[in-house]
Design a protein around this ligand. Structure first.
Ligand code: DHB
Length: 400
């Protein structure tokens, strides 16, 4: 087996790995991106759809292939719905441009990936699908190595100057960063999950509705003019096939009182489990973690992909310092700097989740307090502004 060489070996061809390879290439730093999934699998897996203002700007500038501003939809606000004291429903709009001067883009992650893969291939990026990485060695030296099996079934070995784990929550790079005895991180589970559907019907409302109802949470989102994405709070052990379409519509309609949902054939259903996780370590020697390999957030507020891009912007600067100017200063600063946005996003995702979902253990006091919290947000300009700033995204770092 021959050993290949590259400057940066990036494990994972999701948004984090692909954006990093782009930023490095722009600075003249060569990389190889490896992913165990096939291109079809990556481009076909449906994920969340909200892109922050700054992430949209960055993605729109990558290659000639970005369709975010043409195929995506700009959203200037969301609606928060919750029970009124008189038994009705209150609906409050959070006006993003009015509060922050920014908006978000509804553009599903798999569309982002289709654009990014096309752009990276057009740029000549060495991008290898169906390639499994088994282990990473030597991260304490200046020539770490990765070992795995290529798409042809043959073993391979790559020697790099730096290894990046952009390989999601089951990262194979993470043990090389955290060390086997320090594996794991800061962790929280939630007593609920989301039951998600895709259906053929036009949007039920112009903007997304986050509904805290007496029966539990529901989110009415969209994918296009003809497809809607909707979620409702369910038991984490729920079986996605156990409910009939009629039962699903019944639950969704009940949880969005005052809104008439457009129903249509349901063509996909899934149960999404909730976790909050931050790895104890984000970098060790010549390896670092970005995106879901470093942390996961519950989906409420759609921070996952946007946060991954925040990590990558910082790591790109640190790697440029190391590989173009021979300084480890940026790398030494990476974990502390990245953790600022990571923990703000963890807080926001946890806060939106806890404010909007029915806690199974909640008593009447807890429930009324939660409605008081929602009212504190919607009736205060400062409260609405905090939500809008976080949802549309804090500005990305410009220096490390
Ligand atoms: C979607 C997902 C989210 O988690 C969210 O907060 C908003 C929208 C979506 O999949 O459309």
């Amino acid at each position: 087996m021959t050993t290949e060489h590259t400057r940066v070996a990036i494990v994972g061809a999701g948004p984090a790995g692909l954006v990093l390879s782009h930023l490095l290439a722009q600075a003249g730093v060569e990389s190889i991106v490896l992913d165990q999934r096939s291109r079809e699998d990556i481009e076909g897996t449906i994920r969340a759809g909200i892109v922050e203002h700054g992430a949209a700007e960055l993605l729109a500038g990558i290659g000639d292939t970005s369709r975010i501003y043409t195929a995506g939809h700009r959203h200037d606000g969301i609606e928060l719905h919750f029970p009124a004291p008189d038994g009705g429903t209150e609906a409050h709009r959070i006006d993003f441009p009015g509060l922050t001067g920014r908006s978000v883009w509804l553009y599903p992650q798999h569309e982002v990936l289709i654009d990014l893969i096309a752009a990276r291939l057009a740029d000549g990026q060495d991008l290898r699908f169906s390639t499994t990485v088994d282990r990473v060695e030597g991260v304490e030296s200046d020539r770490p190595r990765i070992f795995g099996t290529g798409a042809d079934g043959q073993p391979f070995e790559i020697e790099a100057e730096f290894v990046v784990g952009a390989d999601g929550s089951h990262s194979v790079v993470r043990p090389a960063v955290t060390g086997p005895s320090r594996a794991g991180g800061y962790f929280r589970e939630y007593p609920f999950a989301w039951f998600g559907i895709l259906c053929e019907a036009p949007p039920s409302a112009p903007e997304l509705i986050y509904s805290n109802s007496a029966d539990g949470f529901a989110l009415i989102s969209q994918r296009s003019d003809t497809v809607q994405r909707m979620y409702f709070q369910c038991d984490p052990e729920a079986d996605a096939d156990a409910l009939s379409d009629a039962q699903i519509w019944d639950i969704l309609q009940k949880r969005t009182p005052g809104t008439e949902l457009n129903e249509g054939p349901i063509f996909q259903r899934d149960v999404l489990r909730f976790r909050s996780f931050v790895s104890h370590e984000l970098r060790h020697g010549r390896a670092a973690l970005v995106g879901d390999a470093a942390h996961t957030v519950p989906p409420t507020g759609a921070k996952g992909m946007n946060l991954a891009i925040g990590d990558v912007i910082l790591l790109d600067q640190a790697l440029q310092e190391l590989l173009l100017r021979g300084s480890e200063r940026g790398l030494d600063a990476y974990a502390a700097e990245a953790s600022k946005r990571i923990w703000k996003s963890q807080h926001f995702s946890w806060w939106m989740t806890s404010m909007l979902h029915l806690q199974p253990e909640a008593n009447e006091f807890d429930r009324l307090r939660q409605l008081g919290e929602l009212r504190s947000v919607v009736e205060s300009e400062a409260g609405r502004k905090y939500l809008a700033e976080a949802y549309t995204g804090w500005p990305y770092a410009t220096s490390l």
